[in-house]
Every structure is written in structure tokens, then in C-alpha cells.
Ligand binder design. Sequence first.
Ligand code: AP5
Ligand code: MG
Length: 221
Amino acid sequence: MTERKGKNLILLGAPGSGKGTQAAKLTGLLGIPSVSTGDIFRENIARGTALGKEAKAYMDRGELVPDAIVIAIALERIDEADCREGFLLDGFPRTTEQADALERHLTAAGRAIDRVFLMDVPTEELVRRISGRRVCKDCGASYHVTNIPPAREGFCDLCGGALRKRGDDEEETVRNRIEVYNANTAPLVAYYDEKKLLSRINGMTTGPDVVFEEIRKALRA
Ligand code: AP5
Ligand code: MG
């Protein structure tokens, strides 16, 4: 069976739960863009913009960028032409205020969220995954030193760029990001469950392809 286009989807989950990894696979499958607020901030940091400078201070501490900033950026992005047939949100919304703003915005445009996938992974595994993560400095592709190694150590399979650790992936910052997730973002699980939009995905299975298969099943359900 083929999956339908025109889906407005959310990937919800703690830092390191595999949102970015699955987003890359899902956009290929569904032909819809992935919108990652974290990636938007990292691109702005790389370009040295005022937004990047402001976001970096929060990101380096593992804290959330203030709602007013994130909401404006995310809603503007999903209004772009390439999101008209659907979009996959990775890392947004992350607070109830962000979720409410998203809903108001979509409702006003006669649109709605179709499904929310919760990437379910225990905390210790999150820390292990993030500490082994390496990302391509050129195209942003994500690897793991043991779980998902590149063919040539230190270099991206896709573009040959050098792999490096992300700035906010030191263990102390990671633990803070997980605490921030539990305090601010975990309430969105109940929020979307009550709206009957939530699909729980076991993110602990043996590898990204198995997790992807679970998401595909949930999409067809
Ligand atoms: P963001 O970039 O969104 O980071 P995050 O939510 O902390 O999540 P990560 O990107 O670390 O993990 P992931 O779930 O994408 O996992 P991945 O697929 O890479 O946000 C960064 C910061 O920006 C925030 O802290 C905040 O400051 C700010 N921000 C962003 N959005 C915001 C918002 N809405 N509001 C306020 N502030 C915001 O996988 C992790 C590792 O595991 C990789 O190495 C991967 O290869 C490996 N892996 C993946 N899947 C598997 C598997 N199934 N088995 C084994 N290994 C796997
Ligand atoms: Mg990510």
C-alpha cells in the first residue's frame, strides 16, 4: 500500500530519540518537507544572523528558545509554498503555548494536524545515542559512531563532508536538554493523545529501518 501525500505530521520526542533520522526517511517517502526548528537555528548560527546569535545562547545551555521567537519562525516556514501539500515538523511544537499557536494558525487556514508520532526511547539510551552522534558539517546528515557508522570514518556518505559533534551534545548539556524536555515538552503527549492524534512508536528497536517500518504502519492505520 502507498502512503498518501498531503499529510501534516509531527515528530515528537526527547533529544536523541531519532526525530531527525526518521524525518530524513519520511520526507523521501512522502515527498513533503521536514521542518526542524533546531536546524533552522543552526543554519542561522552558521550564517551569523541576529536570530542565530540569540538562539545560540539558549541552545548552548540546553534551554528552549523563547516561544515568541520559535512560533514566529515555525509558522512562517509552514506557510511557504512547499508545505502546501503537507509538512513534517521535527522539534516543534515543544511547549503547550507552541502547540496552541500552531493549532490556531492551522485552523485559521482551514488546515489541521493529521498525526503525531511519539518517539519512545528510555533516557539512558538517549544519552548514549547523543554522545555517539556525528553530523556532517556540510549537509547535516546524522551518523552514530557505532550504531550508524559512515562507510569512511569521519566523512559523510552522502557528500563527503567532515563529520563533527554538535555544539550542544556534551553530556552535561544533554542531561539538561532531557530535563527541559520532561518539564516542558512531555505534557504534549497527553495533549495530542486527548485529541486522538498520537501514535506511540517504539524507538528502541534494533535500528532506524525497523523504527521507520513502525511509523509507516502507523501512517497506514
Ligand atoms: P533540536 O535540534 O530539535 O534537538 P533535539 O530535540 O534535542 O533532538 P536531537 O536533534 O538531539 O535528536 P533527534 O531526536 O533528532 O535524534 P537523531 O535522529 O539525531 O533542538 C536543539 C535546540 O534548539 C534545543 O535544545 C532548543 O534550544 C532549540 N529549539 C529547537 N526547537 C525548539 C522549539 N520548538 N522551542 C524552543 N527551542 C527549540 O538521533 C540521535 C542519534 O541516535 C544519532 O547519532 C543517530 O544516528 C542515532 N540513532 C537514531 N535512530 C537510531 C536507532 N533506531 N537505533 C540506534 N541509533 C539511532
Ligand atoms: Mg534532530
